[in-house]
Design a protein. Structure first.
Lengths: 334, 258
């Protein structure tokens, strides 16, 4: 056995393209600032030229992917940075969508003016869900957030102002610089700008006093508190930031679809967003984006095999989680 | 003048009284040791002082302010820092990031200024980094600053915890068994470090320790507790010869007991 051991070890080291080795190479490559910025620039340029040759279907899929990236980055602040489980994230997205829907269709607001309200109501929703629950441990928190998601959806189905089960229809298209946004490539660019903004904000928050506070809390709550960090307050901040991302994404979703209904905000929606975050790599912006893209593109690419695709998707997810539980592109742990 | 004045502190867990009417005072700029047999309530007392346990009765006056029923982060903010008996580092963060956690309560940047990187926030971040590096240099592990905390040898993890506590810029530092798990040389360095913290930084120190050699060496005053009550208080020599202390540690003489 002792004679064989070194051989086995050598094999381990030389494993040609294991995912771990692949990401190591990727890190090394992206560790170089020049290469990193060139890669990012190339990606941005690609995203900008896609509408010039792609058809409406492809643009629709990409726009949808961008939308999910924003939601995933928002949930990532809660789950990835602060380490709080949230199974009702769709509720915040619903709050934003309904705020915009109601204010434009029933009160005649300009779309852009509804965004501050959308942010305000998301913050309120974040505080309502966060305030009383943040003293709970993670598993209880999961149940409460799950309940909150369902309450929001059921309330929307039963209230008059939200249009009941049929929802709101005929939400006005927004105007931008005197131009009415209605074509898919308009929304493609709109959501692309939002993605850049979401990445920017996530990045800045992560590399600040707040981002560090969230990570200390995730690592060891008591030690964080002993170092002078008000854990309840910073957990609340995480919820509120996540809620704002969700709310704003919801507002834009409402004007893109022009119709929203409670069916859009089912529990599966929350579960899918959470799935993308965990799959991609919690707490890592690039990872979360990869997770969101996979979530949207996979079912589209395999549309040919019909309903089987969700089965295949499930199996692929399972395989990834078994062999790479930390996610596809996790935060670096050297 | 007393920096910390504890009066009639009582802590009960159901029917068990962990701390019973404990009163003591810590002089400004002194080094005091809190000793006692296992289970005497030393760490419970620390946890009451730092807000992790809520004492049932009594008063904790720190720099003249009452700290009873304050949350731990508030107490740290007011200038009392602690270390833990079993290390509580942020294991997956780098050494520098660990120390930077201590500076959190001395900064104020919020969501907006962090997103926009306003000049005040940038200045604060720079100060945080620099001061944290100074703390690491003080305890002697600045060269390790980019390693993950969990990859440090045990002795250095201890130092990291002290650096992290120093980064909160405390007036009073509570060390819970700082010598636990250290070898002879490391303990000698620890003694030196404790003295330097007081001399160079002007920080008052209260420590729990089982190593009597270390306790006798560094502390000017020793407080002995047993069953949650203070049984003796004084200098090393006074404590050594106090019959109640000897009894608490070694038990009563059998003849006397009968």
């Amino acid at each position: 056995m002792s004679a064989e051991n070194p051989k086995v070890m050598e094999k381990e080291i030389q494993k040609p393209l294991s995912p771990g080795r692949f990401t190591d190479m990727l890190y090394e490559l992206l560790g170089n600032k020049r290469i990193r910025y060139s890669v990012y620039a190339a990606l941005v340029i690609t995203a900008l030229v896609i509408p010039s040759f792609a058809d409406n279907y492809v643009l629709e899929v990409f726009t949808n992917a961008y939308f999910y990236i924003i939601l995933c980055l928002g949930l990532n602040i809660v789950v990835g940075y602060a380490g709080l489980l949230d199974l009702g994230y769709a509720a915040f997205f619903a709050v934003g969508a309904y705020t915009t829907g109601i204010l434009t269709s029933q009160f005649g607001f300009n779309f852009w003016l509804t965004i501050p309200f959308s942010i305000l109501f998301s913050v309120i929703a974040g505080v309502i869900i966060g305030g009383p629950t943040l003293r709970l441990r993670s598993d209880y928190l999961a149940i409460v957030t799950l309940g909150f998601g369902e309450i929001t959806r059921i309330a929307a189905r039963n209230l008059e102002i939200t249009g009941g089960a049929s929802g709101l229809i005929g939400i006005d298209r927004p105007m931008l610089f005197g131009m009415r946004l209605y074509q898919i490539h308009h929304f493609y660019f709109l959501f692309f700008v939002l993605v850049i903004l979401a990445i920017f904000i996530s990045h800045r928050l992560y590399n600040s006093r707040l981002g560090r506070a969230w990570e200390y809390i995730r690592e060891d709550e008591d030690a964080a508190e002993a170092m002078g960090i008000d854990r309840v307050r910073y957990k609340l901040y995480a919820y509120v930031m996540g809620a704002v991302f969700g709310g704003v994404a919801g507002s834009f979703f409402a004007v893109k679809m022009t119709a929203i209904s409670p069916q859009t905000f089912l529990f599966t929606q929350s579960a899918m967003i959470l799935l993308a975050v965990v799959l991609g790599g919690m707490g890592k912006i690039q990872g979360v984006i990869v997770g969101a893209l996979l979530l949207v593109f996979f079912p589209e690419i395999f549309r040919g095999i019909g309903d089987m695709r969700m089965l295949v998707f499930g199996i692929v997810l399972l395989i990834i989680m078994v062999f790479r539980p930390q996610g596809i592109w996790p935060t670096r742990r050297s | 003048m007393a920096i910390l004045d504890v009066r009639n502190l009582t802590l009960r867990f159901g029917g068990l009284t962990a701390i019973n009417n404990l009163s003591f005072a810590i002089e400004d700029n002194s080094i005091t040791a809190l000793i006692g047999p296992n289970g005497a309530g030393k760490t419970s007392a620390f946890n009451c002082l730092t807000g992790f346990y809520k004492a049932n009765e009594g008063e904790i006056l720190f720099c003249g302010k009452n700290l009873m029923r304050k949350r731990p982060f508030k107490i740290t903010e007011s200038g009392m820092a602690r270390t833990f008996q079993n290390l509580r580092l942020f294991k997956n963060k780098t050494v520098l990031e660990n120390v930077m956690s201590g500076m959190h309560c001395r900064c104020s940047a919020g969501i907006i200024s962090s997103i926009l990187r306003l000049p005040a926030q940038r200045a604060e971040e720079k100060k945080t980094r620099e001061f944290s590096e100074e703390c690491l240099e003080f305890v002697g592990i600045l060269d390790q600053k980019d390693r993950l905390a969990q990859n440090l040898p045990y002795g250095d993890q201890r130092r990291l915890e002290w650096a992290r506590a120093l980064a909160t810029q405390p007036k009073l530092l509570l060390l819970d068994e700082p010598g636990a798990g250290l070898n002879y040389d490391e303990k000698k360095e620890l003694i030196d470090l404790i003295k330097r913290i007081r001399r160079e930084l002007g920080i008052t120190i209260l420590l729990i320790e089982h190593d009597m050699g270390l306790v006798m060496n560094v502390s000017e005053k020793i407080i002995v507790i047993d069953y949650g009550q203070m049984i003796a208080e004084g200098t090393a020599d006074e404590i050594k010869n106090n019959p109640r202390v000897i009894e608490a540690y070694l038990g009563k003489d059998e003849e006397e007991a009968v």
